[in-house]
Write a protein that binds this ligand. Sequence first.
Ligand SMILES: NC(=O)c1ccc[n+]([C@@H]2O[C@H](COP(=O)([O-])OP(=O)(O)OC[C@H]3O[C@@H](n4cnc5c(N)ncnc54)[C@H](OP(=O)(O)O)[C@@H]3O)[C@@H](O)[C@H]2O)c1
Length: 352
Amino acid sequence: MLRAQAMTESGQVQNRALRVAILGATGLVGRTMLQVLEERDFPISELRLFASSRSAGTELEFRGQRIAVQEVNEEGFRGLELALFSAGAEASRKWAPIAASAGALVIDNSSAWRMDPEVPLCIPEVNLEAARKAPKRIIANPNCATIQMLVALAPLHREAKIRQIVVATYQAASGAGQKLVKRLEEELRHFVEKGQVALSNAPERPLACNLLMEWKRDVQSHHQEEELKLINETRKILGDPSIIVSPTTVRVPVFNGHAEAIHVEFERPITAQRAREILEAAEGVQVVDEFAKGIYPTPIDADGQDLVLVGRIREALGKPNALSLWVVADNLRKGAATNAIQIAEALFSIMG
Ligand SMILES: NC(=O)c1ccc[n+]([C@@H]2O[C@H](COP(=O)([O-])OP(=O)(O)OC[C@H]3O[C@@H](n4cnc5c(N)ncnc54)[C@H](OP(=O)(O)O)[C@@H]3O)[C@@H](O)[C@H]2O)c1
């Protein structure tokens, strides 16, 4: 079994399993966390599962045992070392300081803490060192669209320095949680059975056979909140507020796996061949790009795995400092659960 190496008060390294909680355990990300912790043989001596009162009493399986989900409460965080949060921003704002002051290190998947200057925003392949200084004992996982974009772009940034990114996203229903996944299933069933996409009495525009832009709107900047996340989080993670990011975020009728069409301009020239060499050696990336054979990554290829798949690597014709790429990843895994667990593994020095 894997062991965590934790520092004792006297500075000695100790090998042991951790007391862990998941807040939002019944959600899509929470359930994926359970799966990823199990697959990676994460060292756990006690696991507490929390959600809202709606699902208190629900039992979830972990390593062959049924664990009852509890309604989140203050007492519940006592004695924990690690708390993995995926219950939305409001719950994080309330419960992360409580869990942290009870002694747990919180790794949060929501947007609540990402732009707090005292909270590191971390992608292990890109800026792991940032996570080592967390004065609030809270570490933020970036937005899923930011994670996959920067796993692919950070190695190129180190080589040629990014000036500008233009990105269009193709984001799956699972990125908005289980409610939208269920709605897409219903809409598709309705379409097959009745030949109509829109569900009767549904106030929303259908996602099936459609493309939507339904994130919270910032009317002042004319950007959706999801687009602002891509802009601000990229600057914070790469540590360069001068990088221009121009995103258009789109929800597509795909169940799982986000894709991104990225055009990136650099300070120094970089060829497609050099970018391919860098990406082939980059941590967390798999190049899937044989254009002549029609080979490129799709959301179905990314589903269920942790690598960020990169294809269609090409030079922008007539522009020596620019490349275009197609980047695909599993938003529930690398975009959320796996990224959070990789941070925990690194900080607790978990050895395979
Ligand atoms: N889905 C993704 O690809 C993705 C990627 C990156 C980050 N995230 C972030 O991860 C979080 C969860 O996303 P998700 O897709 O897993 O959503 P989801 O499927 O809708 O699940 C939400 C989870 O949060 C719990 N919850 C909601 N309100 C709560 C409250 N007030 N107190 C305690 N628990 C509460 C729910 O519990 P009940 O069962 O009791 O309702 C459920 O377990 C969100 O912040 C999201 O922005 C998601």
